[in-house]
Design a protein around this ligand. Sequence first.
Ligand code: SF4
Length: 449
Amino acid sequence: MRPGVSAGLILSLSKDEAACRRPSFWKTGPDLLYVRLDPEEPDTPLSATLDLSRVSTETTPAAPVAKPLVNLSGLTRPQLVAALVESGVVEHGKAKMRATQIFRWMHHRGVTDFAQMSDVAKETRARLAETFTIARPEIVERQVSKDGTRKWLIRMAPGIEVESVYIPGVGRAGALCVSSQVGCTLNCSFCHTGTQPLVRNLTTAEIVAQVQVAKDDLAEWPSDKEDRVLSNIVFMGMGEPLYNLGQVADAIEIISDNEGVGISRRRITVSTSGVVPMLEKLGDTTQAMLAISLHATNDALRDVLVPLNKKYPLDTLMAGVRAYPGLSNARRVTFEYVMLKGVNDSPEEARALVKLIKGIPAKINLIPFNPWPGSDYQCSDWSTIEAFAAILNKAGYSSPIRTPRGRDILAACGQLKSESEKVRASALRKLSLAAMAGVLSDDDEDEAA
Ligand code: SF4
């Protein structure tokens, strides 16, 4: 149907409607579909209606549909206890102990098959395999940059593909940038991901799977292995994490659990465009580090760059940041500021930024903009970025300029053509911002230095 044609659903046809069902006015499609044509232009459809009143109510036995197995990787330990008891696979008295064993096999050893759980009785393993899964999603594509940056395109389900990027040398040893949604609703004008409509939120298991896939590829099992290269997690991939906070919070609980991956909550950063009402809950439930996608110092400009600002303007946002649970000099908020030539990069803007964040324990990541086809922006000149950083430094704020990473594997994406590939390219551009931002806690920076 051409865009603009309306579609409807009716339970019965009125007399008039039935009378209208004459040649050149209604075209009856196969089965129950009626297409109303424009009397002036008989080839032009005006509306389509599905007539359910003619659907047979006789039932035919449907083929049994297999219920998808629950992926245990997406359950926190208390949820795992409950799932084991509810399924009847493990008796109540032993559930807590069994859950810890299984949790360690999944998140400490990284196994993908219940058969490998050697301290669990054979019969229990067989029953677990009938009821649950711990399988990884499919890796559609893997690329490694000259500078060591790695990127995975992961298919979570048909049509549900996300990318994760590992950036070495960021944080204590290296950071993984993960996605929380497929697509995004927020349309930030500098971000290509914002041009992709939201497909859906990722589940906890799908968020955790991004960490597991990275650890598989980096040979990071068991999780307490020495010289680990994955030390930090940043929720800075596709999507707005605070619009999927329940799943993000559970994923953080799993990733930070010392019986599993054991990445400290101080090394997990959640980046938001400023969903102010959810900030307190984020801090209370996750104790994660906070990053704000700021990019402007006045409402008129931020309304354009981050349209969510119209709902939560800078005054409101800054009040929310000041109240973020646990904020202190040891746990500073990170402000992300993408450098856009002639838009937000003047010395006046730098001074306005200092004024805006006054009194907030903070650091600022300056992100050179990575232009994408169709974008209206250009990256600021390097000397302009340095002058901007100098003003922030002089005011006492750490303001590292993030060097783009993994450019060689991102560059090829500009040549992608199909719609789905464009989606991949947009995700990469967003993820490349994350690579450039390299959100770190100050301790991490000291340790990395
Ligand atoms: S910057 Fe983040 S919140 Fe804004 S459109 Fe891109 S993915 Fe969405």
